[in-house]
Design a protein around this ligand. Structure first.
Ligand SMILES: Cc1ncc(C[n+]2csc(CCOP(=O)(O)OP(=O)(O)O)c2C)c(N)n1
Ligand SMILES: [Mg+2]
Length: 296
């Protein structure tokens, strides 16, 4: 399937060059900060943690088409950690699935862009999530269904490390390996923090790669903010396989804003006033050379 990327210009959508993953990540980080600050919502740290993974997935891995978001052969992406919805909405808007100006309504009363990701009326979102531990099961169902109907679809689930405390995740892992679902890819956003404490303090996961291997999965570990490494790992994981694949992406919660990084506080806190201005300055300072003027 050919990816087409569109951008708003004067209220119309015109085809434009596909953004690189770094451009996409830069723009999405700024959107996430603004969206959560404007709406007064939580989870900025969780959203920033996922941005580079989403940017690489949407710029070069997922076979999705913003002009045909319901194409029967599209890949199915599931944000299992639904509380990071701001990052997915912003990525989809930047990729042309809907107008960027809709992002201004995030978390406002009556808006269709709720804090936890919702598929209702949002092109490009496959399923609503937010109750942790369901995404891998959903993606497993998409993968099995595609195989049964002989479609080229791949299913991709982005999980949090906290979700690996859920038994339902491991049921899905067992099921997917039992059915040799080579068209299933999971990515774990392994930021080592949950909402109130570290993963190790809450429920330790190590040795994490060995656990997935023992469940019959292909396992790769990668720096979840290194676009080249992510691109390579996800491209290899995207090749036809005999078994499901998991990419364990080592990440930093709050990535991109120094005072949010690795701070559990920013799971729930909203950046306001001086904090907001400082975060904005930092993120703007990360503008890739390839991004010229214009929003955001
Ligand atoms: C089943 C379920 N239990 C509890 C919650 C409340 N909750 C929201 S986020 C979160 C944990 C956040 O840590 P993690 O899952 O690692 O996500 P991160 O933000 O670090 O990516 C919890 C317990 C939930 N959404 N769903
Ligand atoms: Mg976490």
């Amino acid at each position: 399937m050919i990816l087409r990327w569109r951008e708003e210009r004067g209220g119309r959508r015109a085809e434009t060059a596909r953004p690189t993953s770094r451009e996409l990540a830069y723009r999405v980080r700024l959107h996430c900060l603004r969206m959560t600050a404007r709406g007064g919502s939580a989870h900025i740290g969780s959203a920033l943690s996922t941005v580079d993974i989403l940017a690489v997935l949407y710029s070069s891995i997922l076979r999705v088409d913003p002009s045909r978001p319901d194409h029967p052969d599209r890949d199915r992406f599931v944000l299992s950690k639904g509380h990071a919805g701001a990052a997915v909405y912003a990525t989809l808007a930047e990729c042309g699935f809907f107008y960027r100006r809709l992002l201004r309504q995030h978390y406002q009363n009556g808006s269709i862009l709720s804090g936890h990701v919702s598929h209702k009326g949002i092109p490009g979102v496959e399923v609503s999530t937010g109750s942790l531990g369901h995404g891998l099961g959903l993606a497993t169902g998409f993968a099995l269904s595609a195989r049964m109907s002989k479609r080229p679809t791949r299913a991709v689930a982005l999980l949090s490390d906290g979700e690996l405390d859920e038994g339902s995740t491991w049921e899905a892992a067992l099921f997917a390996a039992h059915h040799d679902l080579g068209n299933l890819l999971a990515v774990v956003d392994y930021n080592k923090l949950q909402s109130l404490a570290t993963v190790e303090e809450t429920l330790g996961l190590e040795p994490l790669g060995d656990k997935w291997r023992s469940f019959g999965w292909h396992v790769t570990e990668v720096d979840g903010h290194d676009h080249d490494a992510l691109g390579w790992a996800l491209a290899v994981a995207d090749l036809p396989a005999d078994r499901p694949t998991i990419v364990i992406a080592h990440t930093t919660k709050g990535k991109g804003v120094s005072f949010m990084e690795n701070e559990v506080l920013w799971h729930y806190r909203t950046a306001r006033d001086a904090e907001y201005e400082a975060a904005l300055r930092e993120l703007r300072g990360q503008r890739p050379l390839s991004v010229s003027g214009g929003p955001p």
